[in-house]
Design a protein around this ligand. Structure first.
Ligand code: G
Ligand code: G
Ligand code: NA
Ligand code: MN
Length: 250
């Protein structure tokens, strides 16, 4: 309750900030996009993780205005980046309760001048759990704007594969739990190999997250993944730093 009040306050008073983490094209070594990750510096508690405050925002309905602020902020920043670099924004399944989500996104794109094709929305499988028919419709509307849709944390839901049949995703991001025990984890290796194969066959970009070591990267490259993200390349950094990074990486 107290958190809810201070989160609302933080949103109003610009105490929230977006950090950005690059995704690297494994064929060219270049940055393809940067994922926006929200940060909150609480006046007394110090930094509070989004893993803690996003669920509070979801329970209290604050995720609507918070999610719009995140989208607008991310698109504003990305419009300053070189045109070949996209921005990835996480969407909470609760944001789909707003049936006008696609038009909100369309307005933000036109306000900020960001080309739709440079916006990627990361969703999790839980988008398909409730109201899946109308959520699917919203996803299709977002896609029609020209934005890209990525399935985040792939493999951790209980029906990941079936969702690949429901919607043609532009990108699959394999959950970092499958990367953590590479290259020795036989099960993880078998699973990421299968995902790389699905991506190749269906023409879906395959990404791994949570790459922390060179040996993990070697294993991922051996499977032919398109993209990777993780501390091995870069940690999430503030907007001013990511601007320098994307400008110097051309
Ligand atoms: O950045 P970090 O690892 O602390 O994020 C923790 C969790 O919070 C992750 O599950 C991440 O997806 C989520 N998260 C971070 N930023 C955002 C955001 O802008 N929107 C939403 N919906 N979730 C976010
Ligand atoms: O749920 P989602 O995939 O959006 O989570 C993104 C979170 O993963 C962010 O909080 C980010 O800080 C974190 N993250 C990014 N790279 C790494 C990494 O290499 N290792 C670990 N453990 N976490 C990472
Ligand atoms: Na994400
Ligand atoms: Mn993820």
């Amino acid at each position: 309750q107290e958190m809810k009040v201070s989160l609302r306050h933080a949103l109003k008073n610009r105490a929230l900030e977006l950090h950005y983490q690059p995704l690297i094209n494994l064929h060219t070594g270049r940055i393809t996009s940067c994922e926006a990750l929200v940060r909150w510096k609480h006046p007394e508690k110090g930094p509070v993780s989004p893993a803690e405050f996003i669920p509070i925002a979801e329970e209290t309905g604050l995720i609507g205005p918070l999610g719009e602020w995140i989208l607008r902020q991310a698109c504003t920043e990305a419009a300053k980046w070189p045109s070949q670099v996209s921005v990835a924004v996480n969407l909470s399944p609760l944001q789909f309760r707003n049936r006008r989500l696609a038009s909100v996104i369309r307005d933000i794109l036109s306000e900020t001048g960001l080309e739709a094709s440079r916006l990627q929305l990361e969703i999790t499988e839980s988008v398909f759990l409730n109201d899946s028919a109308s959520n699917l419709l919203i996803l299709q509307q977002i896609r029609q704007l020209g934005a890209k849709i990525a399935m985040d944390d792939f493999g951790t839901g209980y029906s990941s594969l079936s969702y690949l049949r429901s919607f043609r995703f532009d990108k699959i991001k394999v959950d970092r739990s499958f990367i953590a025990d590479l290259p020795t984890g036989r099960e993880s290796l078998a699973i990421i190999r299968a995902v790389a194969g699905i991506g190749r066959t269906l023409g879906i970009t395959t990404t791994v997250e949570g790459v922390e070591t060179q040996t993990q990267l070697d294993a991922i490259n051996a499977e032919g993944f398109d993209e990777a993200q993780g501390y091995l390349f870069a940690r999430p950094v503030p907007a001013s730093q990511i601007l320098e990074i994307v400008q110097s990486s051309r």
